[in-house]
Design a binder for this molecule. Structure first.
Ligand code: HEC
Length: 228
């Protein structure tokens, strides 16, 4: 019993000694110091590390996967792909004032420096001869179509770079509407009419009139029907 008492006092003093050495301003003693929980390794996205396949922390996407919001574009960047897109590919967006206005804004940001506000190939960079060979959209030899415009925005063409990473799919089609609009203006064609979007309901429609009459009569639902 006595020796237990002595041992307790020694233990108490030792503990006191250890605790009193703790400095709240500095990190404390560390048990199991070899675990990553205490000292995590911060990998840099593009840092080189042997433990990753390819030796880099940022890894390639798994083969066959598609990023969210990104749809594969099926035409290849080849002369064949280009001529296929030119003949087959059509603008999926309706020709509305809203799409055209947004297309114009985007065109002014991305394209007008070279192609000019009117699409005649006389943008500020072309005027100052910073870039050569910018065509006008009514160039007969090129005979651009919706499909060819989209294809060129996607892949670029010679000294014109690709805009696939800056401009998303919808925006590319909005710009395409605007480019075709500029082409029409350059060629002196009449303005294309805006398309109606969604189903339009006319008050003269016999179905609509019948539906309105039914509402007027007011049908009382049985309990079962109103629960549905
Ligand atoms: C840096 C200047 C530059 C910018 C910016 C630029 N282009 Fe071009 N674009 C060119 C040049 C140069 C060509 C001619 C390429 C060739 O045929 O070698 C061209 C060609 C084209 C053609 C004709 C392609 C064909 O089928 O022959 C279209 C359409 C076109 N550009 C649309 C656009 C659109 C839309 C944008 C904006 C998203 C844009 N360009 C931005 C320089 C530019």
């Amino acid at each position: 019993m006595r020796s237990f008492f002595h041992k307790s006092i020694v233990l108490f003093l030792l503990t006191g000694l250890v605790v009193s050495c703790a400095d709240k301003e500095r990190p404390n003693y560390q048990f199991m110091s070899n675990t990553d929980m205490y000292e995590p390794i911060g990998y840099e996205a593009y840092g080189e590390y042997d433990i990753f396949p390819g030796g880099q922390s940022a890894m390639d996407p798994v083969e066959g996967t598609v990023a969210r919001g990104w749809k594969p574009y099926e035409y290849e960047n080849t002369p064949d792909g280009s001529s296929q897109a030119k003949t087959e590919l059509e603008n999926p967006l309706p020709y509305t004032e809203e799409h055209l206005t947004e297309g114009k804004e985007l065109y002014t940001i991305y394209c007008a420096v070279c192609h000019g506000d009117a699409g005649d190939g006389q943008g500020i960079l072309a005027e100052r001869e910073k870039i050569l060979g910018v065509p006008s959209y009514d160039d007969v030899g090129r005979a651009i179509t919706e499909g060819s415009v989209y294809h060129v925005i996607y892949y670029g063409l010679n000294s014109m770079g690709s805009y696939a990473s800056q401009i998303d799919e919808k925006e590319r089609w909005q710009i395409t509407h605007y480019v075709m609009n500029l082409k029409d203006q350059l060629e002196g064609n009449p303005e294309r009419e805006y398309e109606e979007v969604g189903p339009t309901v006319s008050p003269d429609d016999p179905d609509v009139q019948a539906a309105q009459e039914n509402v007027g009569e007011g049908t009382v639902l049985t309990e079962e029907e109103s629960n549905n």
